[in-house]
Design a protein around this ligand. Structure first.
Ligand SMILES: *Cc1c(COP(=O)(O)O)cnc(C)c1O
Length: 456
C-alpha cells in the first residue's frame, strides 16, 4: 500500500442512477412550509410561482429514491464520479491513528459541489420552458455553478451577488461573466427591495437573505422567469446526495465505513449531500454509532445557538416560512471570508435531523479554520475553499482526539470546493490579518423578535 495520499476512484457507470430522499426515512415528517401572506400552509401552487413543477414535486416527495435524468447524468460525467482521497500525508503529519478520507467536490468545473444541483435545476427548468433564471449568490460559488448550467441549457441567467463578496472576490464575478450571466452587487438598484435597503443603509454590505429577496422580485417581474436556490430547500439536498452515495461506494471499495462524517454548514446542502446516505443507515439501524457533524462558523452558529422556529428563508419575508434552526432572518452576520456560510438558518431537513439527534453541530473560529486550511494544503496539495476548511478543522480536531484516546477512528469529510478564488483571504491570513468574528447574542435576540407569527 502506498505511504502517500491516494485517490479511490469509481468508473462512469458507477455514477448513481438515483438520488436519496431522506424524507422517506425521517422519524417524523417535516412540518409544512407556511405562507404568511395567506395565513395558511404553503401549497404546491405557491411554490410553482417561482419553481418549475418537477422541482416542486421533488420538494415535497416522500419517495426514498428519485431517478437522476439521463441527460443530467451525462453532464455529471464531465467531473463525476469525484475522487475520494485517503489523506495519508495529513494523517502522518498529525501522527494520528485515525484514518482520514475526504471527498473532493472541488473538481467540478465551477469549483464546488453546487454544480450537482445547478445542472439538475437548469435541466428541469429547460424542460418546463423557463427562459430566464434569477438567483442570489454569496461567495459566488452558486452563481458560477448556475451560470455554467444555464449556459449549457441555453437559459438567461441573472445573479444578485452579496456586495461583500462582489468586492472581495471580483474574479468569481468574472467567471460568471465568462459563462454569460448578468451579475449585480446586492443590494442593487435593480429591485424595490434593493433600493429600500440602500435608502436606509447606503453602505450595506448585503447578505444572502437580501440577495434572495432581490432575485425573487426579479422573477415575479419577468415573463417565463423562475427562481433557483443553491441550498436550504429539500430538492437541493436531494441532488447533493450524489456526494454521499458515491463516497459510500468508494469506502466500500477499501472495506471501510466512517465512524464520523463531517461537512461545513451554510444553508445545509453539502452537509446533507455527504451525510444523508450515511444517516439513512443510522435511522434504519445498521449503523447506530455513526456520528454526523455539521460545522458552523462562530460568526453564524444557527444550529448551535439559534432557535427552532418558523422563519423566512430570505431577509425580507418574500419566501414561505420554514420550521428550522435560525438566528432570525434579519440577523446580519459579520463579513467572514467563508461567505457561503453566512446564512441565518439551517435547512429544514438538516434542522429536523439535528432536532432528532441524528446529527450534531460544532462551532469553529475563523483563525483556526485558516490554520487548518494551510496545514491541509501543505500536506495534500489541494487548496480548500474557506468554507470547506471548517470541515477540515473539525476533521483534524477529531483525528487529534483519536490520538489522545489512542483509538483508530475512520473520519470522512467533504471538501466542498477549492479556494483558488480565495487567495486574497489566504494572503491576509499569512500576514496575520485574519480576526475571529463572533456573533453578537444581543443582535440575535433583536433579530429573533422579527420572527414571523405562525399558527398552524
Ligand atoms: C455554498 C458553499 C458552502 C455552503 O453551502 P451549503 O449549502 O451549506 O453546502 C460550502 N462550501 C462551498 C465550497 C460552497 O460553495
Amino acid at each position: 500500500m502506498s505511504k502517500y495520499s491516494k485517490k479511490i476512484i469509481l468508473s462512469e457507470q458507477d455514477i448513481p442512477k438515483q438520488w436519496y430522499n431522506i424524507q422517506a426515512d425521517l422519524p417524523e415528517p417535516l412540518e409544512p412550509a407556511f405562507n404568511t401572506r395567506t395565513g395558511k400552509i404553503a401549497t404546491k401552487e405557491d411554490l410553482c410561482v417561482i419553481f418549475p413543477e418537477e422541482i416542486v414535486e421533488q420538494e415535497v416527495s416522500r419517495e426514498r429514491w428519485i431517478d437522476i435524468p439521463e441527460e443530467v447524468r451525462d453532464i455529471y460525467k464531465i467531473w463525476r464520479p469525484s475522487p475520494l482521497i485517503r489523506a495519508r500525508n495529513l494523517e502522518k503529519f498529525l501522527d494520528t491513528p485515525a484514518k482520514i478520507y475526504f471527498k473532493n467536490e472541488g473538481v467540478s468545473p465551477s469549483g464546488s459541489h453546487k454544480s450537482n444541483s445547478a445542472i439538475a435545476q437548469a435541466y428541469y427548468n429547460k424542460k418546463a420552458g423557463t427562459t430566464r433564471i434569477a438567483t442570489e449568490t454569496g461567495a459566488g460559488q452558486w452563481g458560477s455553478a448556475l451560470a455554467m448550467a444555464c449556459q449549457m441549457f441555453g437559459i438567461e441567467c441573472v445573479i444578485y451577488m452579496v456586495k461583500v463578496s462582489f468586492e472581495q472576490k471580483p474574479y468569481r464575478k468574472s467567471l460568471m461573466h465568462v459563462y454569460g450571466a448578468n451579475v449585480f452587487a446586492s443590494p442593487s438598484t435593480q429591485t424595490e427591495v434593493g433600493r429600500k435597503v440602500l435608502a436606509s443603509d447606503p453602505d450595506c454590505k448585503g447578505s444572502l437573505g437580501i440577495a434572495i429577496s432581490e432575485a425573487i422580485e426579479d422573477v415575479l417581474s419577468h415573463n417565463n422567469a423562475k427562481y433557483s436556490l443553491g441550498s436550504v430547500l429539500n430538492h437541493v439536498a436531494l441532488h447533493q446526495t450524489i456526494i454521499g452515495l458515491e463516497a459510500k461506494k468508494q469506502m466500500e471499495m477499501v472495506d471501510e465505513y466512517p465512524d464520523i462524517v463531517i461537512a461545513c454548514l451554510g444553508g445545509g446542502s453539502n452537509f446533507s449531500g455527504m451525510s444523508f446516505p450515511f444517516i439513512m443507515d443510522k435511522i434504519q439501524g445498521s449503523r447506530p454509532n455513526l456520528r454526523a457533524i455539521a460545522v458552523e462558523p462562530s460568526a453564524c452558529p444557527k444550529l448551535s445557538k439559534g432557535v427552532f422556529a418558523y422563519d423566512y428563508g430570505d431577509n425580507s419575508g418574500f419566501t414561505p416560512a420554514f420550521k428550522m434552526y435560525t438566528l432570525g432572518h434579519t440577523f446580519m452576520p459579520s463579513g467572514i471570508h467563508a461567505g457561503g456560510l453566512r446564512y441565518h438558518g439551517a435547512s429544514p431537513l438538516v434542522s429536523s435531523i439535528v432536532k432528532h439527534k441524528l446529527a450534531e453541530s460544532v462551532v469553529v473560529g475563523q483563525k483556526e479554520v485558516f490554520e487548518a486550511a494551510v496545514t491541509f494544503t501543505k500536506c495534500e496539495g489541494i487548496l480548500p475553499a474557506p468554507e470547506s476548511a471548517h470541515a477540515i478543522r473539525t476533521a483534524i480536531n477529531e483525528a487529534l482526539k483519536a490520538k489522545e484516546e489512542g483509538i483508530s477512528k475512520t473520519i470522512l469529510f467533504n471538501l466542498s470546493g477549492h479556494g483558488h478564488f480565495d487567495l486574497s483571504a489566504y494572503e491576509q491570513y499569512l500576514s496575520g490579518q485574519i480576526q475571529d468574528c463572533n456573533y453578537s447574542q444581543k443582535e440575535v435576540e433583536k433579530a429573533l423578535e422579527d420572527l414571523p407569527k405562525v399558527n398552524i
